[in-house]
Design a protein. Structure first.
Length: 365
């Protein structure tokens, strides 16, 4: 297994469109890294550059300490699992998993040992004699993963492997991939998805991409609790973080801001005196807003315009005077609030966020 290092990597197509810009990333042996971001952000392109299926226009890519920019995919020591299973329909599960080893002229006994070990790991042993048409979608994807395992690659690459599965199968297969990583702790895995639930539950670290740039790299909770900019704050979390225009009124270890609604909020966030009077962005996640009790000092007040009752939670869409966008408050369980009710909202000051006029976080820790 191996480290993967990208230094100033970029991708430029023939029409001079730059789709990846100065990507710098160190992936350590044994890490499970997830590339996530909206459609068109470059996550699959970056994965294909690592695999060798896309040419690197600039910078260097190292796998296990070796620069592999000009090395073909078959010699990079990688195995890739795609969203399409790409199984041979006329071959059994066993033969599909064994085929690459047979082509490499590996000894028959070694092939059998590796295939059966991978099948046991993926709970495929009862299906080794079946054809792909006799398997469920989740089982077919496990066969594709098993085919990668038997090759003993330095790096596993997954390109949205669960996107063709229904919701129940996605959950089950996601758990199997997590268990697979636990059983192969030294394996380096890079996983592409547009689903932030997959990213949050599988990753050791998330690489969040936008328009060919890395917005933030960190543990799932780091991105959730300490987003470095407004894009990260709104992408991670569902519903998205409420972002409210504001102006910095006073600075220091505690900063007071005036919201576009006219209300003032004090945040335990340090800002410089030079920021006073500047426009900024106040942020609070829907799940961190609570309905105020009698005597509580509210940070927002408005009228409930729409309610989504989900059973385990209730989403309140609140029209706040002076604001263009609705504020969303997520409450646990069902609540008696009705459309048209006036509500006052409070939040733990430690859960509040402040971003500058360039949408970068003021938090530096």
């Amino acid at each position: 297994m191996a480290d993967v290092k990208l230094t100033n990597v970029k991708k430029v197509y023939a029409n001079q469109v730059e789709v990846m810009r100065d990507i710098n990333l160190d992936i350590k042996q044994g890490e499970f890294i997830v590339f996530v971001g909206p459609s068109g952000c470059g996550k699959s392109t970056l994965l294909r550059m690592i695999s060798g299926l896309e040419e690197i226009s600039g910078g260097t890519l190292e796998i296990d300490g070796q620069v592999v920019n000009d090395i073909p995919p078959s010699l990079r020591g990688i195995a890739m699992v795609f969203q399409s299973y790409a199984l041979y329909p006329h071959m059994t599960v066993y033969d599909n998993m064994a085929f690459s080893l047979q082509i490499a002229k590996v000894a028959k006994d070694d092939i059998d040992q590796q295939v059966r070990k991978a099948a046991e790991m993926l709970q495929l042993t009862p299906y080794l004699d079946r054809l792909p048409k006799a398997l469920s979608g989740g089982q077919r994807q496990r066969v594709a993963i098993g085919r990668a395992i038997v090759r003993r690659p330095k790096v596993f690459l997954f390109d949205e492997p669960l996107s063709n599965l229904d919701a129940a199968l996605r959950v089950a297969t996601r758990m199997e991939i997590a268990n697979l990583k636990e059983s192969m702790p030294d394996s380096t895995m890079i996983y592409v998805t547009h689903d932030q639930v997959e990213a949050m539950t599988l990753a050791d670290r998330i690489v969040l991409l936008s328009a060919g740039n890395i917005e933030q790299v960190g543990s799932p909770l780091a991105l959730y609790e300490r987003p470095e900019n407004v894009f990260v704050a709104k992408f991670i979390g569902a519903p998205a973080m409420n972002i409210i225009p504001c102006t910095v009124q006073s600075t220091g270890d505690h900063t007071e801001v005036s919201l576009s609604s006219g209300q003032a909020v004090t945040l335990p966030i340090k800002t410089a005196s030079s920021e006073q009077g500047k426009p900024a962005h106040f942020g609070v996640r829907p799940e961190h807003l609570d309905i105020a009790g009698d005597g509580d000092a509210a940070i927002l007040e408005g009228e409930v315009s729409f309610i989504e009752s989900l059973g385990e939670a209730t989403l309140l869409y609140i029209a706040v005077p002076g604001m263009d966008d609705m504020v969303i408050a997520k409450q646990i369980g069902t609540i008696p609030t009705q459309r048209g009710d006036k509500v006052r909202l409070v939040a733990n000051p430690e859960r509040l966020h402040l971003f500058d006029e360039n949408e970068q976080s003021y938090r530096t820790e």
